[in-house]
Design a protein around this ligand. Structure first.
Ligand SMILES: [Zn+2]
Length: 290
């Protein structure tokens, strides 16, 4: 549910702030439906994460908020960021706090296209108290419900659930150090290269680590073509109850009744390629820069 009033209020205060400074605004009033389900923790200058510190001077049109909720014994903490002048728009989920340039890419996307993003804060680590935040989307769990309702506050219905990730160079089975590569595929995850695939350090759109993840019960070649035609490599994940890994893509396909999910990945640190991919995906989605 979108509560128009608080968002309007945020829009107006944000616009005034934008004129005053280029530094990120923090601790904005949360939309009612989010406020009811999470606790807001005040961000002070000495409690900013390294992601926020690194980006704060380019985030003048954005508001960053720390939110937290308990699920069993675990306390989840997130940075919820939105564009104060255009809060409605594409919305990005960033589960891995060690994937720094994905955070920088999200800042770029939200400044340019509006909307917002939700980034897990776990002390710069991939896991939070031993749990991968992208393996925690169990059906009807508090985590799934809370994250999806936050996303739906900002995301218009027609837009997909969007995620940003980075991955390590190459694949460990090919002499690299990562676990994701266009040069590797499995029975459930099929690679569709857009053209030549290069191995090595940050080879741009042709790098084996540069790829879009799509997901569905069956491979949709028509959908794949839309991306490969723009030079974007695709990995299509075939999702089934049997292979369910409780990731966001699996949750959407199995429990939300649609396949509207796009994850954009590059090699760690390749921000310029990440930005190019975001622009191409926004073009595909018919989203214009604000
Ligand atoms: Zn990741």
């Amino acid at each position: 549910m979108i509560r128009k009033k608080p968002l309007l209020h945020i829009t107006m205060t944000g616009a005034a702030f934008l004129l005053a400074t280029g530094c990120v605004k923090t601790n904005c009033p949360l939309p009612d439906n989010i406020d009811q389900h999470v606790q807001q923790m005040q961000i002070k200058s000495d409690t900013r994460s390294s992601d926020l510190k690194r980006n704060s001077w380019s985030m003048g049109s954005l508001c960053a908020n720390r939110i937290t909720f308990k699920e069993g014994k675990r306390t989840w903490t997130f940075l919820l960021v939105w564009n104060t002048s255009h809060p409605q728009g594409s919305f990005w989920y960033l589960p891995h706090d060690n994937e720094e340039s994905a955070f920088d890419a999200a800042v770029y996307a939200v400044k340019r296209y509006g909307g917002g993003f939700l980034a897990v804060e776990s002390n710069g680590q991939r896991h939070m108290s031993g749990k991968d935040p992208n393996r925690n989307f169990k059906k009807d769990s508090l985590y799934s419900k809370t994250i999806c309702s936050i996303i739906n506050t900002y995301k218009p219905e027609h837009l997909p659930y969007l995620a940003l990730h980075t991955n390590a160079e190459g694949h460990h089975k090919n002499g690299g150090s990562g676990t994701v590569s266009m040069k590797k595929h499995s029975r459930n995850v099929i690679s569709f290269p857009a053209g030549e695939i290069k191995s090595g350090h940050q080879e741009g759109l042709e790098d084996e680590d540069t790829l879009i993840y799509l997901a569905g019960k069956k491979v949709s070649k028509e959908k794949v073509k839309i991306f490969t035609a723009l030079g974007l490599n695709v990995k299509f994940e075939k999702v089934s109850q049997r292979s369910n890994d409780n990731s966001m893509s699996n949750c959407i396909v199995l429990h939300k009744g649609h396949e509207n999910y796009i994850n954009i990945e590059t090699e760690h640190g390749d921000l310029s390629t990440h930005k190019k991919m975001i622009d191409k995906v926004m073009k595909i989605l018919g989203e214009r820069s604000i």
